[in-house]
Design a protein around this ligand. Sequence first.
Ligand code: PEP
Ligand code: MG
Length: 582
Amino acid sequence: MEIKRGAPVSPGVAIGPALVLDTEGFRIPRRSVKSDQVKGELDRLRTALAASAASARLNQEAVSAKLGQQYGAIFGAHALLVEDAALARELETLVREQNVSAEYAVSRVMRRHAKALESIDSDGLATRAADLFDIEKSILGHLLGQRREQLADLQEPVVILAHDLTPSDTAGLDQEKVHAFATEAGGRASHTAIMAGVLEIPAVVGLGKFVTDVSGGDTVIVDGNRGVLILNPDEETLERYRRAQSTFRSFENTLVHLRDLPAATKDGTRVQLLGNIEFPSEVAHCQERGAEGVGLYRTEFLYVGKDTDPTEAEHLDAYLTVLRTLGSNKPVVIRTLDLGADKFASTADASAEERNPFLGVRSVRLCLRNLTLFKTQMRAILRASAFGDVRIMFPMVSTLLELRQCKMILAEVKEDLEEEGIAFNRDIPVGTMIEVPSAALMADQMAREVEFFSIGTNDLIQYTLAADRTNEAVASLYSPGDPAVLRLIDSVVKVACERGIAVNVCGEMSGEPTYTMLLLGLGIRQLSITPHNVPEIKKLIRSITMEEAVQAAREVMRLETARDVNNYLREQTRRVLPEVVS
Ligand code: PEP
Ligand code: MG
């Protein structure tokens, strides 16, 4: 049994057989074969070994010609190893005696040798271990026909273990078949993590290296509540987790009756809980969980996997579907396109060529350089505003000028619609996200330009602490409880209250029970969160008084480190609702 710890990003516990994907997305299977199939497996194995050796020899020739024989020799050594009779014997014995597939035998044997080399503290041997992984990949490539795993096409329930999954990979997962996933890479607020929450698939990310320690079919446990992955658990652990699974389900069941009750503190302060959505179909989740509207509609998915950008009609169709499902009196905040950085590519995405896409042409910067794209979306948002309580919000605004430019373009689009006699709400509320420190620092000026602020803590944390939200190596820096981040949030809320404009928090922080008391205590009265988390946050709000929240916020603002803040808030939360503290 091996236990790994990472960041819990989507709650729930799953126990099941692992589907392991290596860094290039190849599946590492464990497939037992029937006795009468063993001969066929041995033939496949021999053919793949021969093909892999031949590829290595071709590489040797090509590299020798280009860089010299000493470099070509690296691949010559690969070929010799693949042709080694002892290796072939070892692989064939495993297939013959344990009735396993050729892929499993290759993966098992090569990884065992590579791990043995890695465990010896020597740079030279570490390089040899890397060579063995390379050779494994080459043989598997020949066995699997260079085919990457199609995650959308699974036949049996699995727990996916991978180096990383892209947001688009994750969005395509079949919830019926994928019971959980765990990845080596990734951070708490990456879009892969957010997508796991949307799909309600338990997930842990940022676990560090483990993919080479596990084989397809091994039993694993993913604990999305605590951020734990357990490889090959023993019987006692399995039993404990089966109990934890049922406790988690029954806690969730106790929350169902909260759906139609207000989110109000014990002493009567009303808080509005809205949902974050990516797809119109998620409005149903908002309703099931009792969200009072949509506080953040991320529209990036309209652009994913398409050769051309969506038309005005496609935008409008999606927005009207949201309004129709939700009911026209509920607010829907539509955020204009926020592509770039770790988000999905589009035809208009310039990030592929950028050295530092998180600081590059993403989001409104992209839209302001592509006015056709921007105006098309604005037209659809405005047209939708004739049918319900639609609000428009601009992401990643970093200067006042940028915000004014966005508003100017909006005014132009309004004029066009008016001239064309198309109905829309002239007074559509306009908001800006506050997710760049410069915007937070200029909040008093920004407040003059808009009707509402939405604090995007996912990006605000990353830009304040200079810690990539998707990089597990800096996950310890990336904390919503960091005092620098809290000072920015505090000052933005104060400005909004003074200027009488609405303010909410829509980053992942707003759905984490640990921070609910603090956010209320700082003056937040509206939270926009992943629908799945709404009942839990509502229960917590209904378990505290405003006085407790204000007191907690006062105490927190005196603390000096994220660790102190998080420990204090976890303790306070545990005191009122222990079930929600991992
Ligand atoms: C945020 O940055 O907090 C946010 C809500 O936007 P996104 O996660 O889509 O970048
Ligand atoms: Mg953001």
